[in-house]
Design a protein around this ligand. Structure first.
Ligand code: GAP
Length: 582
């Protein structure tokens, strides 16, 4: 019987299991740990690798239109200026005026209560402070507790046993301006740039400052031309990359969910602008709820491609065991969208601590390539033969009308006539900067989601009637770190051990296999269930022909999720198991 546990309890159990069984450890633990950094133990490393492989395979091996890249972590610093990260990649930060605890201002939980304000304080020695201070007191708490916090504040300013002055109160609702732990006022939010920096070379001057990449995407944009030219691939096509990213998060939290070092899996899918599709095909396919998103069509514009990638990514999650019930979607409203973006949807997972972002899929227009073209001075446009051929067929009047339509359309989006005309004229010559659809996922978040999704507690009654709670990680076989457990029934029977070893040797080159001869078979099943091994094989006396020739060279195959057992020929094992994990 599956057992339910409350949200926090569940998260605590997950954190504890991942440490106990070697999935995730706190980084630098013996030195007290380092906030926002995590290490993956033997099983975590394999789980993460399997996830990474499924993504890479879905993006590259199973497609003709996406190519891989593995770029450096430290890039030319001008890239981060062009991308906007140097100037705007920041989170608002506030400090508690009493404890100095740091908060990400927009993540402080909303609070209501009575606001106590003081105009200042003085002490018996005549020392005074005229700095105003306030405390938000939650309903039901005694006013004295607010005054104590204020006295602490003034004591830190050198007053001994401060007497508070000019106290006033008022009701306050839904404020993020106070420390939820003690009600003390927080400093006004200040932007804090999230990029880690370092210095390249021995001189280490300001001119040598470089950044650890905060996303893998920018390297894809700046290598776009090299990839296109070296492979001769044509738009629409994508470049994908998996790699480390670094963000000096103000408040890392929720285990690995928000870390300071993490891995991203990003695709930049380059498409022709809608205006080019219109010129070539005479129309741009319109998205509707009933649109067929299975096979990309030549007349797709950005919206169909965006919807297509949302579906592709949802299908991917289903393939690794994250079904529609555990996912959700958040479509950014027009006022939330970045100025250059046409649409952005977050794919969310229902984590034990809340429904939170797993991946963002943005339609980014040509913002990134145009920024890099401008800042590097290098042309990043592509030439499209089909577009040129379509433009050549137009009369001068038709060309003028086309330019006028583009200008009118762009003006609606607050773009200048000059910009729109320049773009339309380049199109008529066959050139454009590709637009981008960007599905960007976090590998560490996905690993955590996969563990949380798999985590199940099962109550079992032993032969003596005692009920115990066992943990089962119901990983999809495709991503489970260990695929098969192999057990000789007894470890002191050489024939059983030899046969079990032979089975292990047979499977090991093809499947992550674990050999275990310790304890009862039940205990061995339980140990494998706890790490999510989908299949266990027991080699018993039937396997070595002690009970007749019919069952010689067969084993018991036990399935993790329903404890079903079946008898399988050793020679059939690979054929049976391999398709289930592929
Ligand atoms: N290039 C777009 C980009 O980087 P993002 O929404 O900032 O977009 C994409 O990041 C994904 O990277 C997120 O959906 C999340 O899965 C992951 N991610 C971002 N910050 C993270 C952090 N501090 N810790 C773990 N994963 C993070």
């Amino acid at each position: 019987m599956a057992k339910e546990s409350t949200t926090n309890e569940r998260m605590e159990k997950i954190v504890s299991l991942t440490k106990r069984r070697g999935f995730i450890f706190q980084s630098s633990e013996i030195y007290g740990g380092i906030n926002g950094f995590w290490d993956y133990g033997p099983l975590g490393a394999d789980l993460k690798r399997n996830l990474r492989d499924t993504w890479w395979r879905a993006m590259t091996r199973e497609r003709e239109d996406v190519l891989g890249l593995d770029a450096s972590i430290i890039l030319h610093p001008a890239i981060w200026k062009a991308s906007g990260h140097v100037d705007t990649f920041s989170d608002p930060m506030s400090d508690c005026l009493v404890t100095k605890k740091r908060f990400r201002s927009d993540h402080v939980e909303l609070q209501s209560g009575t606001l106590y304000r003081w105009t200042g304080a003085q002490d018996l020695s005549g020392k005074s402070s005229s700095e105003p201070f306030s405390v938000l007191l939650a309903a039901g708490k005694p006013p004295e507790s607010a005054r104590k916090v204020a006295q602490l504040y003034y004591a830190q300013r050198g007053l001994e046993t401060p007497e508070l002055l000019g106290e006033t109160t008022e009701k306050l609702e839904n404020s993020r301006a106070f420390n939820p732990d003690n009600g003390a006022q927080l400093t006004d939010p200040v932007p804090f740039n999230l990029m880690f920096h370092t210095f390249v070379g021995a001189t280490a001057g300001e001119n040598d400052k470089a950044y650890l990449r905060p996303e893998t995407a920018q390297a894809i944009f700046v290598q776009f031309k090299n990839v296109a030219d070296s492979t001769r691939i044509k738009v629409p096509f994508g470049i994908c990359q998996i790699g480390k990213a670094f963000r000096n998060e103000v408040t890392p939290r929720n285990f690995t969910f928000r870390s300071r070092e993490f891995e991203q899996m990003e695709l930049e899918f380059f498409i022709a602008p809608d205006e080019a599709i219109q010129l070539i095909h005479g129309q741009v396919a319109q998205w509707s709820e009933s649109a067929d998103l299975t096979n990309p069509q030549p007349d797709w514009g950005w919206e169909m491609w965006h919807r297509y990638w949302v579906k592709q990514r949802t299908d991917y999650y289903a393939r690794i065991g994250l079904s529609a019930e555990v996912l959700d979607y958040y479509w950014q409203t027009p006022s939330e969208l970045a100025h250059y973006a046409r649409a952005c949807v977050d794919i969310l997972f229902k984590f034990p601590f809340g429904t939170e972002e797993l991946e963002g899929i943005a339609a980014r227009g040509d913002f990134d390539l145009s920024q890099h073209q401008k800042h590097s001075g290098k042309p990043l446009e592509v030439f499209d033969d089909e577009l040129r051929a379509a433009a050549v067929k137009l009369s001068d009047e038709q060309k003028t009308a086309f330019i006028a339509t583009v200008v009118a359309d762009w003006e609606k989006r607050q773009k200048s006539t000059e910009e729109a005309t320049g773009f339309a004229e380049r199109l008529l010559k066959g050139f454009y900067l590709p637009h981008v659809i960007e599905p960007s996922a976090g590998l560490d978040r996905l690993t955590l989601a996969i563990i949380a999704n798999a985590f199940t507690e099962v109550e079992k009654t032993d032969p003596k009637g005692k009920i115990e709670t066992l943990t089962v990680l119901r990983f999809h076989p495709r991503i489970a770190p260990v695929k098969v457990g192999v057990f000789p029934l007894l470890k002191n029977k050489p024939e059983l051990v030899a046969k079990a070893r032979a089975v292990y040797d047979l499977l090991k080159p093809y499947l992550a296999t674990f050999y275990d001869d310790g304890g009862s078979i039940g205990k061995r099943y339980a140990r494998q269930d706890e790490i999510g091994t989908p299949f266990c094989l027991t080699i018993d006396f039937d396997s070595i022909g002690e009970n007749g020739p019919e069952l010689l060279d067969t084993v018991t195959l036990r399935h993790r999720d329903d404890a079903r057992q079946e008898r399988v020929k050793i020679s059939d094992l690979l054929g049976l198991l391999l398709p289930q994990v592929a």
